[in-house]
Ligand binder design. Structure first.
Ligand SMILES: [Zn+2]
Length: 102
């Protein structure tokens, strides 16, 4: 049994996904850690799948943000949660980029 590539729904092929991630290396605001995770998802065949609800992330979203690991609604929920955290820095979308203030 072959595992289907999860992002086939988006109309994006694996080689296109690789190209998008290569281009994302030079994109402002892309965090190397997110990029590394996206690479592993491509390799694992789960790129384009929301890590929260396991639904497909629309191709249009992936084209804008190839490192997206959440769908729009889960992403919004996560962002709201991040913005409520103490020490939140506007303009930084991901908590992984934030230093821990202790
Ligand atoms: Zn989701």
């Amino acid at each position: 049994m072959t595992k289907p590539e999860s992002w086939k729904h988006s109309g994006i092929s694996k080689s296109e996904a690789v190209e998008m991630l290569e281009a994302a290396v030079n994109m402002p605001g892309v965090i190397p850690r997110d990029l590394g995770r996206a690479w592993r998802m491509v390799e694992g065949g789960i790129w384009g799948m929301c890590k929260e609800c396991h639904k497909e992330i629309p191709g249009a979203r992936l084209k804008i943000l190839p490192t997206a690991t959440r769908c729009v609604s889960c992403g919004r929920k996560a962002e709201t949660a991040i913005q409520k955290r103490p020490g939140f820095v506007p303009g930084r979308a991901y908590p992984s980029a934030m230093p821990r203030f202790r």
